[in-house]
Design a protein around this ligand. Structure first.
Ligand SMILES: Nc1ncnc2c1ncn2[C@@H]1O[C@H](COP(=O)(O)OP(=O)(O)O)[C@@H](O)[C@H]1O
Ligand SMILES: [Mg+2]
Length: 422
Protein backbone atom coordinates (compact mmCIF):
# COMPACT_ATOMS: atom_id res chain seq x y z
CA UNK A 1 0.00 0.00 0.00
CA UNK A 2 2.64 2.48 -1.11
CA UNK A 3 0.60 5.70 -1.19
CA UNK A 4 -1.08 5.03 2.10
CA UNK A 5 2.31 4.79 3.76
CA UNK A 6 2.04 1.72 5.91
CA UNK A 7 1.81 2.15 9.63
CA UNK A 8 5.34 1.95 10.96
CA UNK A 9 4.39 0.93 14.44
CA UNK A 10 1.50 -0.47 16.41
CA UNK A 11 2.03 2.31 18.92
CA UNK A 12 0.97 5.70 17.67
CA UNK A 13 -0.91 8.56 19.13
CA UNK A 14 -4.62 7.78 18.87
CA UNK A 15 -7.65 9.50 20.22
CA UNK A 16 -7.40 10.61 23.84
CA UNK A 17 -3.62 10.53 23.54
CA UNK A 18 -3.37 6.74 23.82
CA UNK A 19 -0.76 5.22 21.57
CA UNK A 20 -2.67 2.46 19.83
CA UNK A 21 -4.35 1.93 16.48
CA UNK A 22 -8.05 2.54 16.09
CA UNK A 23 -10.57 0.68 13.99
CA UNK A 24 -13.11 2.94 12.37
CA UNK A 25 -16.08 2.21 10.08
CA UNK A 26 -16.90 4.52 7.17
CA UNK A 27 -20.57 4.21 6.17
CA UNK A 28 -21.80 5.84 3.03
CA UNK A 29 -24.29 5.96 0.18
CA UNK A 30 -23.34 7.99 -2.88
CA UNK A 31 -25.19 9.79 -5.63
CA UNK A 32 -25.50 6.58 -7.69
CA UNK A 33 -28.06 5.31 -5.18
CA UNK A 34 -26.64 1.81 -5.56
CA UNK A 35 -26.55 0.98 -1.86
CA UNK A 36 -24.52 1.23 1.33
CA UNK A 37 -20.78 0.78 1.58
CA UNK A 38 -19.43 -0.20 5.00
CA UNK A 39 -15.67 0.18 5.00
CA UNK A 40 -13.63 -0.80 8.05
CA UNK A 41 -10.15 0.68 8.37
CA UNK A 42 -7.33 0.67 10.85
CA UNK A 43 -6.10 4.19 11.60
CA UNK A 44 -2.76 4.98 13.16
CA UNK A 45 -1.78 8.49 14.13
CA UNK A 46 -3.85 11.61 13.81
CA UNK A 47 -4.26 14.78 11.78
CA UNK A 48 -2.06 14.99 8.72
CA UNK A 49 0.07 12.10 10.01
CA UNK A 50 -2.88 9.69 9.90
CA UNK A 51 -2.05 6.35 8.32
CA UNK A 52 -4.82 4.12 7.11
CA UNK A 53 -5.10 0.47 6.19
CA UNK A 54 -8.23 -1.22 4.83
CA UNK A 55 -9.56 -4.09 6.95
CA UNK A 56 -12.75 -5.05 5.09
CA UNK A 57 -15.44 -3.65 2.80
CA UNK A 58 -19.06 -4.77 2.65
CA UNK A 59 -21.53 -3.47 0.08
CA UNK A 60 -25.27 -3.89 0.65
CA UNK A 61 -27.50 -2.89 -2.26
CA UNK A 62 -30.64 -0.96 -1.34
CA UNK A 63 -33.90 -2.91 -1.45
CA UNK A 64 -35.57 -2.04 -4.77
CA UNK A 65 -38.51 -0.19 -3.15
CA UNK A 66 -36.26 1.92 -0.91
CA UNK A 67 -34.05 2.77 -3.88
CA UNK A 68 -37.04 3.89 -5.94
CA UNK A 69 -38.25 6.17 -3.15
CA UNK A 70 -34.78 7.64 -2.68
CA UNK A 71 -34.48 8.38 -6.38
CA UNK A 72 -37.88 10.05 -6.28
CA UNK A 73 -36.89 12.46 -3.49
CA UNK A 74 -33.51 13.13 -5.12
CA UNK A 75 -35.12 14.32 -8.33
CA UNK A 76 -36.04 18.00 -8.19
CA UNK A 77 -39.67 17.12 -7.62
CA UNK A 78 -42.38 17.96 -5.14
CA UNK A 79 -42.33 15.56 -2.24
CA UNK A 80 -44.06 15.32 1.12
CA UNK A 81 -42.34 16.15 4.38
CA UNK A 82 -43.71 12.89 5.73
CA UNK A 83 -41.86 10.92 3.03
CA UNK A 84 -38.58 12.67 3.88
CA UNK A 85 -39.07 11.93 7.59
CA UNK A 86 -39.87 8.28 6.85
CA UNK A 87 -36.82 7.88 4.61
CA UNK A 88 -34.60 9.48 7.27
CA UNK A 89 -35.72 6.85 9.77
CA UNK A 90 -35.69 3.89 7.34
CA UNK A 91 -32.27 4.78 5.98
CA UNK A 92 -31.01 5.16 9.55
CA UNK A 93 -32.18 1.59 10.17
CA UNK A 94 -30.57 0.36 6.93
CA UNK A 95 -27.26 2.05 7.83
CA UNK A 96 -27.57 0.67 11.37
CA UNK A 97 -28.05 -2.88 10.11
CA UNK A 98 -25.15 -2.50 7.65
CA UNK A 99 -22.93 -1.21 10.48
CA UNK A 100 -23.95 -3.98 12.87
CA UNK A 101 -23.27 -6.72 10.29
CA UNK A 102 -19.95 -5.20 9.22
CA UNK A 103 -18.78 -4.89 12.83
CA UNK A 104 -19.83 -8.46 13.66
CA UNK A 105 -17.92 -9.71 10.62
CA UNK A 106 -14.64 -8.16 11.85
CA UNK A 107 -12.20 -10.07 14.01
CA UNK A 108 -12.78 -9.29 17.65
CA UNK A 109 -9.55 -7.28 17.89
CA UNK A 110 -10.44 -5.25 14.80
CA UNK A 111 -14.01 -4.26 15.68
CA UNK A 112 -14.63 -0.59 14.91
CA UNK A 113 -15.19 1.65 17.91
CA UNK A 114 -16.14 4.70 15.86
CA UNK A 115 -18.36 5.25 12.80
CA UNK A 116 -18.24 8.02 10.19
CA UNK A 117 -21.67 8.21 8.55
CA UNK A 118 -21.91 10.06 5.24
CA UNK A 119 -25.67 9.60 4.82
CA UNK A 120 -27.57 9.93 1.56
CA UNK A 121 -27.44 13.44 0.16
CA UNK A 122 -30.90 14.12 -1.22
CA UNK A 123 -30.46 17.85 -1.73
CA UNK A 124 -27.37 20.01 -2.04
CA UNK A 125 -27.77 23.55 -3.29
CA UNK A 126 -24.52 25.52 -3.09
CA UNK A 127 -25.07 29.17 -2.21
CA UNK A 128 -23.59 32.03 -4.21
CA UNK A 129 -22.69 33.77 -0.94
CA UNK A 130 -21.31 32.48 2.39
CA UNK A 131 -23.97 31.00 4.61
CA UNK A 132 -26.41 30.46 1.75
CA UNK A 133 -25.71 26.79 0.99
CA UNK A 134 -28.43 24.32 1.90
CA UNK A 135 -27.89 20.60 2.13
CA UNK A 136 -29.70 17.55 3.48
CA UNK A 137 -28.39 14.08 4.21
CA UNK A 138 -30.78 11.34 5.23
CA UNK A 139 -30.01 8.45 7.58
CA UNK A 140 -30.66 9.00 11.27
CA UNK A 141 -27.34 8.75 13.17
CA UNK A 142 -29.11 7.99 16.47
CA UNK A 143 -30.41 4.76 14.98
CA UNK A 144 -26.98 3.85 13.62
CA UNK A 145 -25.42 4.42 17.06
CA UNK A 146 -28.21 2.46 18.77
CA UNK A 147 -28.09 -0.52 16.37
CA UNK A 148 -24.30 -0.74 16.35
CA UNK A 149 -23.58 0.34 19.93
CA UNK A 150 -20.82 2.53 18.50
CA UNK A 151 -20.24 6.31 18.65
CA UNK A 152 -21.34 7.70 15.29
CA UNK A 153 -20.21 10.95 13.69
CA UNK A 154 -22.59 12.33 11.04
CA UNK A 155 -23.59 15.58 9.30
CA UNK A 156 -20.06 16.51 8.29
CA UNK A 157 -21.09 19.16 5.80
CA UNK A 158 -22.91 21.34 8.29
CA UNK A 159 -19.75 22.18 10.30
CA UNK A 160 -18.17 23.72 7.22
CA UNK A 161 -21.40 25.43 6.19
CA UNK A 162 -21.78 27.02 9.60
CA UNK A 163 -18.32 28.50 8.98
CA UNK A 164 -19.57 30.00 5.72
CA UNK A 165 -18.44 27.19 3.40
CA UNK A 166 -20.33 25.15 0.82
CA UNK A 167 -19.97 21.95 2.85
CA UNK A 168 -18.52 20.22 -0.21
CA UNK A 169 -16.39 18.61 -1.35
CA UNK A 170 -15.49 16.86 1.89
CA UNK A 171 -12.83 14.34 0.88
CA UNK A 172 -9.97 16.62 -0.31
CA UNK A 173 -8.40 16.82 3.14
CA UNK A 174 -8.26 13.01 3.26
CA UNK A 175 -6.86 12.89 -0.29
CA UNK A 176 -4.16 15.32 0.78
CA UNK A 177 -3.32 13.29 3.89
CA UNK A 178 -3.07 10.03 1.91
CA UNK A 179 -1.66 11.06 -1.43
CA UNK A 180 0.39 14.26 -1.26
CA UNK A 181 3.70 13.68 -2.98
CA UNK A 182 6.90 15.67 -2.84
CA UNK A 183 7.88 15.29 -6.48
CA UNK A 184 4.86 14.74 -8.73
CA UNK A 185 1.60 16.53 -9.38
CA UNK A 186 -1.29 14.21 -8.61
CA UNK A 187 -5.01 14.23 -9.20
CA UNK A 188 -7.28 11.99 -7.18
CA UNK A 189 -10.29 11.47 -9.42
CA UNK A 190 -13.42 9.91 -7.99
CA UNK A 191 -15.99 8.63 -10.50
CA UNK A 192 -19.23 7.92 -8.66
CA UNK A 193 -22.62 9.14 -9.84
CA UNK A 194 -20.91 12.53 -10.10
CA UNK A 195 -17.18 12.86 -10.86
CA UNK A 196 -14.97 14.98 -8.63
CA UNK A 197 -11.26 15.63 -8.42
CA UNK A 198 -8.65 16.74 -5.92
CA UNK A 199 -5.57 18.50 -7.31
CA UNK A 200 -2.34 18.05 -5.35
CA UNK A 201 0.66 19.93 -6.78
CA UNK A 202 4.09 18.54 -5.84
CA UNK A 203 4.85 19.18 -2.17
CA UNK A 204 1.27 20.45 -1.64
CA UNK A 205 0.43 22.23 1.58
CA UNK A 206 -3.20 22.01 2.68
CA UNK A 207 -3.84 25.50 1.29
CA UNK A 208 -2.57 24.49 -2.17
CA UNK A 209 -5.28 21.86 -2.67
CA UNK A 210 -7.95 22.51 -5.30
CA UNK A 211 -11.04 20.33 -5.54
CA UNK A 212 -14.31 20.43 -7.44
CA UNK A 213 -16.87 18.37 -9.33
CA UNK A 214 -15.84 17.82 -12.94
CA UNK A 215 -19.36 16.90 -14.11
CA UNK A 216 -21.25 13.65 -14.60
CA UNK A 217 -19.59 10.42 -13.48
CA UNK A 218 -21.63 7.28 -14.15
CA UNK A 219 -24.97 9.00 -13.73
CA UNK A 220 -25.90 9.47 -17.39
CA UNK A 221 -24.60 6.04 -18.42
CA UNK A 222 -26.58 4.41 -15.57
CA UNK A 223 -29.70 6.36 -16.53
CA UNK A 224 -29.46 5.37 -20.21
CA UNK A 225 -28.89 1.69 -19.42
CA UNK A 226 -31.85 1.69 -17.02
CA UNK A 227 -33.97 3.33 -19.73
CA UNK A 228 -33.09 0.93 -22.54
CA UNK A 229 -33.48 -2.18 -20.36
CA UNK A 230 -36.75 -1.03 -18.79
CA UNK A 231 -34.97 -0.90 -15.39
CA UNK A 232 -33.64 -4.48 -15.53
CA UNK A 233 -30.05 -3.26 -15.58
CA UNK A 234 -28.70 -0.19 -13.85
CA UNK A 235 -25.12 0.07 -15.08
CA UNK A 236 -23.02 -0.63 -18.15
CA UNK A 237 -21.24 -3.53 -16.45
CA UNK A 238 -17.58 -3.66 -17.51
CA UNK A 239 -18.38 -1.15 -20.24
CA UNK A 240 -19.82 -3.90 -22.45
CA UNK A 241 -22.39 -1.72 -24.19
CA UNK A 242 -20.03 1.21 -24.69
CA UNK A 243 -17.44 -1.17 -26.16
CA UNK A 244 -19.92 -2.15 -28.91
CA UNK A 245 -20.96 1.43 -29.67
CA UNK A 246 -19.41 4.44 -31.34
CA UNK A 247 -19.23 7.95 -29.96
CA UNK A 248 -21.79 10.29 -31.57
CA UNK A 249 -19.64 13.39 -32.17
CA UNK A 250 -22.51 15.81 -32.77
CA UNK A 251 -24.25 14.84 -29.56
CA UNK A 252 -21.01 14.92 -27.57
CA UNK A 253 -20.17 18.42 -28.83
CA UNK A 254 -23.65 19.61 -27.85
CA UNK A 255 -23.38 18.09 -24.37
CA UNK A 256 -20.00 19.78 -23.89
CA UNK A 257 -21.84 23.11 -24.13
CA UNK A 258 -23.64 22.41 -20.84
CA UNK A 259 -23.27 25.55 -18.68
CA UNK A 260 -21.92 23.59 -15.70
CA UNK A 261 -18.82 22.66 -17.68
CA UNK A 262 -17.97 26.27 -18.50
CA UNK A 263 -18.31 27.36 -14.88
CA UNK A 264 -15.03 27.99 -13.05
CA UNK A 265 -14.23 26.02 -9.89
CA UNK A 266 -15.13 25.79 -7.07
CA UNK A 267 -18.30 24.09 -8.28
CA UNK A 268 -20.48 21.13 -7.41
CA UNK A 269 -23.20 19.32 -9.30
CA UNK A 270 -25.66 16.49 -8.77
CA UNK A 271 -28.79 14.72 -9.93
CA UNK A 272 -30.43 18.11 -10.42
CA UNK A 273 -28.20 18.73 -13.47
CA UNK A 274 -27.21 15.31 -14.83
CA UNK A 275 -29.79 12.91 -13.36
CA UNK A 276 -33.04 11.64 -14.78
CA UNK A 277 -34.25 15.00 -16.17
CA UNK A 278 -31.08 15.26 -18.30
CA UNK A 279 -31.43 11.72 -19.65
CA UNK A 280 -35.12 12.20 -20.47
CA UNK A 281 -34.47 15.54 -22.17
CA UNK A 282 -31.67 14.10 -24.33
CA UNK A 283 -33.36 10.91 -25.54
CA UNK A 284 -34.80 12.67 -28.59
CA UNK A 285 -31.40 14.01 -29.66
CA UNK A 286 -29.82 10.58 -29.19
CA UNK A 287 -32.55 8.83 -31.21
CA UNK A 288 -32.11 11.30 -34.06
CA UNK A 289 -28.34 10.67 -34.10
CA UNK A 290 -28.49 6.86 -33.89
CA UNK A 291 -30.93 4.04 -33.36
CA UNK A 292 -28.37 2.01 -31.43
CA UNK A 293 -28.46 2.31 -27.62
CA UNK A 294 -24.83 1.14 -27.55
CA UNK A 295 -23.89 4.40 -29.35
CA UNK A 296 -25.80 6.41 -26.73
CA UNK A 297 -23.93 4.69 -23.89
CA UNK A 298 -20.57 5.12 -25.66
CA UNK A 299 -21.30 8.84 -26.08
CA UNK A 300 -22.23 9.30 -22.40
CA UNK A 301 -19.05 7.42 -21.41
CA UNK A 302 -17.00 9.70 -23.66
CA UNK A 303 -18.61 12.77 -22.06
CA UNK A 304 -17.44 11.67 -18.61
CA UNK A 305 -13.90 11.01 -19.88
CA UNK A 306 -13.67 14.28 -21.83
CA UNK A 307 -14.97 16.46 -18.97
CA UNK A 308 -12.58 14.81 -16.49
CA UNK A 309 -9.63 15.26 -18.87
CA UNK A 310 -10.49 18.92 -19.50
CA UNK A 311 -10.66 19.54 -15.76
CA UNK A 312 -7.29 17.78 -15.20
CA UNK A 313 -5.65 19.84 -17.96
CA UNK A 314 -7.16 23.00 -16.48
CA UNK A 315 -5.56 22.26 -13.07
CA UNK A 316 -2.14 21.68 -14.65
CA UNK A 317 -2.35 24.82 -16.82
CA UNK A 318 -3.28 26.93 -13.83
CA UNK A 319 -0.39 25.52 -11.79
CA UNK A 320 2.14 26.06 -14.60
CA UNK A 321 0.91 29.62 -15.11
CA UNK A 322 1.37 30.25 -11.38
CA UNK A 323 5.01 29.28 -11.85
CA UNK A 324 5.40 32.00 -14.44
CA UNK A 325 5.22 29.92 -17.65
CA UNK A 326 2.80 30.10 -20.55
CA UNK A 327 1.98 26.41 -20.80
CA UNK A 328 1.60 24.75 -24.19
CA UNK A 329 -0.35 21.53 -24.76
CA UNK A 330 2.99 19.68 -24.74
CA UNK A 331 3.92 21.18 -21.35
CA UNK A 332 0.66 19.87 -19.93
CA UNK A 333 1.28 16.41 -21.41
CA UNK A 334 4.84 16.27 -20.11
CA UNK A 335 4.38 17.59 -16.58
CA UNK A 336 4.43 14.09 -15.05
CA UNK A 337 0.82 14.22 -13.88
CA UNK A 338 -0.43 11.10 -12.13
CA UNK A 339 -4.22 10.64 -12.27
CA UNK A 340 -5.43 8.19 -9.62
CA UNK A 341 -8.97 7.03 -10.28
CA UNK A 342 -11.40 5.70 -7.66
CA UNK A 343 -15.14 5.08 -7.39
CA UNK A 344 -17.25 2.63 -9.39
CA UNK A 345 -16.23 4.27 -12.69
CA UNK A 346 -12.73 2.84 -12.28
CA UNK A 347 -14.33 -0.57 -12.86
CA UNK A 348 -15.42 0.43 -16.35
CA UNK A 349 -12.55 -0.45 -18.75
CA UNK A 350 -14.01 1.55 -21.64
CA UNK A 351 -14.22 4.68 -19.50
CA UNK A 352 -10.66 4.12 -18.23
CA UNK A 353 -9.49 3.57 -21.83
CA UNK A 354 -11.13 6.81 -23.03
CA UNK A 355 -9.55 8.65 -20.12
CA UNK A 356 -6.06 7.30 -20.84
CA UNK A 357 -6.50 8.31 -24.51
CA UNK A 358 -7.64 11.81 -23.54
CA UNK A 359 -4.76 12.25 -21.08
CA UNK A 360 -1.94 11.03 -23.27
CA UNK A 361 1.44 11.50 -21.62
CA UNK A 362 -0.02 11.30 -18.11
CA UNK A 363 -0.12 8.25 -15.88
CA UNK A 364 -3.73 7.11 -15.40
CA UNK A 365 -4.16 4.34 -12.83
CA UNK A 366 -7.03 2.93 -10.83
CA UNK A 367 -6.58 3.65 -7.15
CA UNK A 368 -6.44 -0.13 -6.66
CA UNK A 369 -2.83 0.06 -7.85
CA UNK A 370 -2.11 2.11 -4.71
CA UNK A 371 -3.56 -0.47 -2.35
CA UNK A 372 -7.07 0.97 -2.07
CA UNK A 373 -9.95 -0.86 -3.78
CA UNK A 374 -11.66 1.77 -5.91
CA UNK A 375 -15.09 1.20 -4.35
CA UNK A 376 -13.68 1.62 -0.81
CA UNK A 377 -12.05 4.99 -1.28
CA UNK A 378 -14.96 7.22 -0.26
CA UNK A 379 -15.82 5.08 2.78
CA UNK A 380 -12.19 5.29 3.90
CA UNK A 381 -12.41 9.07 3.67
CA UNK A 382 -15.45 9.21 5.95
CA UNK A 383 -13.78 6.94 8.50
CA UNK A 384 -10.85 9.40 8.52
CA UNK A 385 -13.17 12.39 8.89
CA UNK A 386 -14.83 10.76 11.93
CA UNK A 387 -11.42 10.16 13.50
CA UNK A 388 -10.44 13.78 12.81
CA UNK A 389 -13.67 14.97 14.48
CA UNK A 390 -13.13 13.07 17.74
CA UNK A 391 -9.46 14.11 17.71
CA UNK A 392 -10.55 17.76 17.47
CA UNK A 393 -8.79 18.23 14.13
CA UNK A 394 -10.46 20.56 11.59
CA UNK A 395 -10.71 18.62 8.33
CA UNK A 396 -12.30 21.15 6.02
CA UNK A 397 -10.15 23.01 3.51
CA UNK A 398 -11.38 26.62 3.52
CA UNK A 399 -9.68 27.28 0.17
CA UNK A 400 -11.84 24.51 -1.33
CA UNK A 401 -15.19 25.05 0.36
CA UNK A 402 -15.07 28.82 0.80
CA UNK A 403 -15.36 28.62 4.60
CA UNK A 404 -14.06 31.54 6.65
CA UNK A 405 -11.60 29.25 8.41
CA UNK A 406 -10.90 25.76 9.73
CA UNK A 407 -13.94 24.02 11.17
CA UNK A 408 -14.59 20.86 13.13
CA UNK A 409 -17.00 18.86 11.04
CA UNK A 410 -19.57 16.34 12.23
CA UNK A 411 -22.07 15.77 15.02
CA UNK A 412 -21.08 13.17 17.58
CA UNK A 413 -23.84 10.77 18.56
CA UNK A 414 -23.19 8.52 21.53
CA UNK A 415 -25.25 5.30 21.64
CA UNK A 416 -27.89 4.92 24.36
CA UNK A 417 -25.55 2.53 26.19
CA UNK A 418 -22.15 4.02 25.46
CA UNK A 419 -19.00 1.99 24.94
CA UNK A 420 -16.94 5.17 25.07
CA UNK A 421 -15.57 7.36 22.34
CA UNK A 422 -12.63 5.33 21.10
N1 LIG B 1 -18.10 -3.43 -13.07
C1 LIG B 1 -18.54 -2.21 -13.38
N2 LIG B 1 -18.60 -1.83 -14.68
C2 LIG B 1 -19.05 -0.60 -15.03
N3 LIG B 1 -19.48 0.31 -14.15
C3 LIG B 1 -19.43 -0.01 -12.85
C4 LIG B 1 -18.95 -1.27 -12.39
N4 LIG B 1 -19.03 -1.29 -11.04
C5 LIG B 1 -19.53 -0.09 -10.66
N5 LIG B 1 -19.78 0.68 -11.74
C6 LIG B 1 -20.35 2.03 -11.76
O1 LIG B 1 -20.12 2.66 -10.53
C7 LIG B 1 -21.34 3.16 -9.97
C8 LIG B 1 -21.25 3.11 -8.47
O2 LIG B 1 -20.12 3.83 -8.11
P1 LIG B 1 -19.95 4.46 -6.68
O3 LIG B 1 -18.51 4.84 -6.55
O4 LIG B 1 -20.53 3.55 -5.65
O5 LIG B 1 -20.83 5.75 -6.81
P2 LIG B 1 -21.58 6.57 -5.68
O6 LIG B 1 -20.52 6.98 -4.70
O7 LIG B 1 -22.18 7.70 -6.41
O8 LIG B 1 -22.58 5.61 -5.09
C9 LIG B 1 -22.41 2.26 -10.54
O9 LIG B 1 -23.64 2.93 -10.54
C10 LIG B 1 -21.87 1.99 -11.95
O10 LIG B 1 -22.21 3.02 -12.82
MG1 LIG C 1 -22.13 3.75 -4.27
Amino acid sequence: MSAMRQAKSEKRVGCGGRRRPRYVLGLMAGTSGDGIDAVCVRIDGRGEDMRVRLVRHDHRPFAAALRRRLMAVMAPAVTRTEEIARLHAELGEAFGVAAHLAIEACDRKQRPTLIGLAGQTVCHLPGSRPGRTVTLQLGDASRVAARSGVVTVSDFRQGDEAAGGQGAPLVPWTDWVLFRNRDRPRIIQNIGGVANLTWLPPGARAEDVVAFDTGPGNMIVDGLVAHVTGGRERMDRDGRRAARGRVLGVVLERWLEHPFLARRPPKTTGREEFGRPFVEAELGRLRRASSLPEDWVATATALTARTIAEACRGCVRCWLRGRGTRPTAADVEQCGLEVIVGGGGAKNPVLMGFLAEELRGCVVHPIDSYGIPSQSKEGISFAMLAAARVDGVPANLPGVTGARGPALMGLICVPPVSRGMC
